[in-house]
Design a protein around this ligand. Sequence first.
Ligand code: ZN
Length: 220
Amino acid sequence: MFIGHFAAGLGAKAIQPKVSLGTLFIASQFIDLLWPFLLQLGVERVHIDPGNTTVTPLDFAHYPISHSLVTTVGWGLLLGIIYRILRSDTRGAILVGLLVVSHWFLDLIVHRPDLPLYPGDAPLMGFGLWNSLTGTLIIEGLLFVGGIYLYIRTTIPKNKQGRFGFWGLIGFLCIVYAGNLTGPPPPNESILAWVGHLQWLIVAWGYWVDHSRQVKTRSF
Ligand SMILES: [Zn+2]
């Protein structure tokens, strides 16, 4: 899942509008932001394996630190605590923590059974929606449209950056997603990890867009 995680970040703005979209993206995508570092450290492993599922050419061979349920809950607690310390906002902190955990459950829908429950000799989970391109597009597309709707219902642009920056971000996410679905597989695991770090650009874009928009005051 790719845009589905960003959809979760966008939609979460409606729950706690004080939290910046950049922070919401860090939370909803946290374990995928962590994963490239762990690949480069040799702690986790992925193999390029075209046809592994219909949608992804990746075989997620070993990723218990970033992508087990138990460690994901731990990462959620950690990020929630850090956010609470930095912002003194308990509700925002709870949302940040839950968003981190949401990633595992969204991945659960699409991955084949490769998500461990905990590090070690654990059962592997995954409902395998990635075996259906149509099913994946419908579910992720609906999530994405829902996330965009909630974000623009919650905020209005303060200036041109707030409007065009936002739609530029949405267009960029769509292009990256289409590239993932239709482009050739990554040439090797090392390049895959480096490209993974580029997701921080989307996080930075989220902070910039959010700064150029303000929370709507409701008229009811
Ligand atoms: Zn993931």
